[in-house]
Design a protein around this ligand. Sequence first.
Ligand SMILES: Nc1ncnc2c1ncn2[C@@H]1O[C@H](COP(=O)(O)OP(=O)(O)OP(=O)(O)O)[C@@H](O)[C@H]1O
Length: 334
Amino acid sequence: MSETATAADEADPHAADLAIATTGLTKRFGHQIAVNAIDLAVPRGSVFGFLGPNGSGKTTTIRVLLGLAAATSGNARLLGNDVPTELAEALPRVGALIEGPAFYPFLSGADNLRRLDSADARADPATRDARVARALDRVGLTHAARKRARAYSLGMKQRLGIAAALLTPRDLLVLDEPTNGLDPQGTREVRSLIRAVAAEGTTVFVSSHLLAEVEQICTHAAVMHVGSLVAQGSLDDLRGTGARVVRVETPDGDRTVAEFARLGLDAAQAGPALRPRAGEVVVEAPLPDDGPAAEDLVAALVAAGVRVRGFDVARPSLEDRFVALTGEGFDVAR
Ligand SMILES: Nc1ncnc2c1ncn2[C@@H]1O[C@H](COP(=O)(O)OP(=O)(O)OP(=O)(O)O)[C@@H](O)[C@H]1O
């Protein structure tokens, strides 16, 4: 790793803490803006979810970061190195899996990795077999090392792709939709592999259109919406910015609203309950962090003669937040 402080590091004291940093990064295809002036800040050591629906610009951003496409304007740094002028310095420390790995179908998994390793001028041929064996072991494919790649399941191919990306130690692993098309078992395998790689200190930048996936494996996230970055930060920060909401299911809607008003809460009926019983409604009110405690609210409602059938205090879920930001639903498949 280069320890030399660059001009940009001096200008921004946090730059050295970032595995990926972009400012105003823009990519146009003709008149279409695929990536619109995004400022990404991916902390070193994070598992960073790059979240957005299909077509929101994730793959294009990744292609620019890896030097596979040229930015129209803006700046990007990968592991502290300018993209594209210093990319050659960063790339040996970056493993990437984008748009599905391509393997020779008639070669075994191990032979595919050997070929890729031999294409790396820095890789010592004398230790090649050991590297390949370790990479296969890491992704749980030792048992299938001699099997032809064409006989691998999609999940095994994806893991072989990650093994290829991890043939040499990496500071950053970039994965574009790594669980796309996988069955639940393959999905679990790839996700636990990502956690294991991150636990060893590698920063992982993973794009996904699945909010649940990002919630399960990521420490940080950025949300893309038609080419723009609409939010980023730690998952706790992204969750925490929404105010708490108290929610009551009751047949006594008007009385609940009145009691909440007496307690200083701005309540409103929010439609019928999910599984309504006769006349039951949901009443919701924003609950400030210094507002009444949940147990006091319940006690006050009961004392006022409200029949409380359901009661809940929660912050809006990440999904609620992201739908509010992007105006779109996310695929919530697990
Ligand atoms: N080579 C290209 N030429 C023209 N338009 C492109 C090209 N590559 C991407 N686009 C357009 O740029 C926009 C962003 O695409 P991109 O593939 O980056 O999105 P994405 O978020 O990765 O979605 P997906 O998950 O579907 O790949 C889309 O509207 C796409 O059609």
